[in-house]
Design a protein around this ligand. Structure first.
Ligand code: NDP
Length: 241
């Protein structure tokens, strides 16, 4: 069995989460991978990985999966709260159900993960929680109103808890990617908003590959425990805003 500690990654079935799962697996970490599309996580074919079909809004299912993984690999040392959805458009024309999806997954999903692992980390004075924020959690963008709201919340929640648990040797980290080619645009963006994103990405020579964000996540985690990379903003060099 690996001497490396257990890492939990939510939203590991595609994009940044899948790339992060591969990067941590290549570095030798045992993993618990969570998302709703089981087949996509199984197709990653990673060793020492427990894979569970879990919706991050289902606290009980998430708890059961974490307990099972801890029985095999010991305490969770790192949680990567990556699962998220982006449904861009204008608030006056968007379906309010789409706002609810973003608010639920991007905020409550992140809080659910934190709720399940933080007490134990504080008690044993060690551990790291990495939340996937966004450049849209730092500044606003056209057609991103509700998504920006959720990502500003992720940044605020992360920093607030970081301060509260800093004295317990627990790290809270925000990774804030810029534009990355993933399935994020496929969750139901309005056509104009989707086109605006794709056109700008093309104009700047392309968005990032998810592997670049995965490397950043791994780097921040692998810094010694006394070093907290509080926030890392990782964008394509050509991205202006
Ligand atoms: P993807 O759409 O490729 O990945 C999103 C992941 O979240 C999927 O694995 C999906 O899995 C999972 N997910 C969504 N809803 C749920 C749910 N209810 N329960 C469990 N898992 C869920 O997009 P990205 O890889 O781009 O997104 C990953 C994170 O990166 C998000 O938080 C996003 O906001 C953030 N981000 C992305 C940027 C980009 O340009 N791509 C820029 C900045 C931040 P499944 O559907 O199988 O459940």
């Amino acid at each position: 069995m690996s001497d490396k500690k257990l890492v939990v990654i939510t939203g590991a079935s595609s994009g940044i989460g899948a790339a992060t799962a591969k990067a941590f697996s290549d570095a030798g970490y045992p993993l618990l991978l969570l998302a709703r599309r089981l087949d996509r996580m199984q197709a990653l074919n990673l060793p020492n990985a427990i894979i569970k079909e879990v919706d991050v809004l289902d606290l009980d299912a998430m708890k059961a999966a974490i307990n099972e993984a801890q029985d095999s690999y010991g305490e969770v040392d790192c949680l990567v709260n990556n699962a998220g959805v982006m449904i861009n458009g204008k608030p006056q024309s968007q379906n309010p159900d789409d706002w609810q999806k973003m608010l639920d997954v991007n905020i409550r999903g992140v809080l659910n993960g934190i709720h399940l692992v933080l007490k134990n980390m504080v008690d044993r004075k060690g551990g790291t929680i990495i939340n996937m924020g966004s450049i849209a959690g730092i500044k606003t963008f056209a057609d991103h109103t509700v998504y920006c709201g959720t990502k500003f919340a992720v940044h605020a929640i992360t920093e607030n808890i970081r301060e509260e648990v800093a004295g317990h040797n627990v790290r809270l980290i925000t990774i804030a990617p810029g534009m990355v080619y993933t399935e994020l645009l496929d969750h139901g963006c309005e056509e104009e908003a989707r086109k605006g994103w794709m056109d700008y990405a093309e104009q700047i020579g392309g968005a990032l590959k998810p592997e670049s964000i995965a490397k950043s996540v791994l780097f921040s985690y692998e810094m010694p425990q006394e070093v907290c990379v509080r926030e890392m903003v990782v964008c394509p060099t050509g991205q202006e805003p």
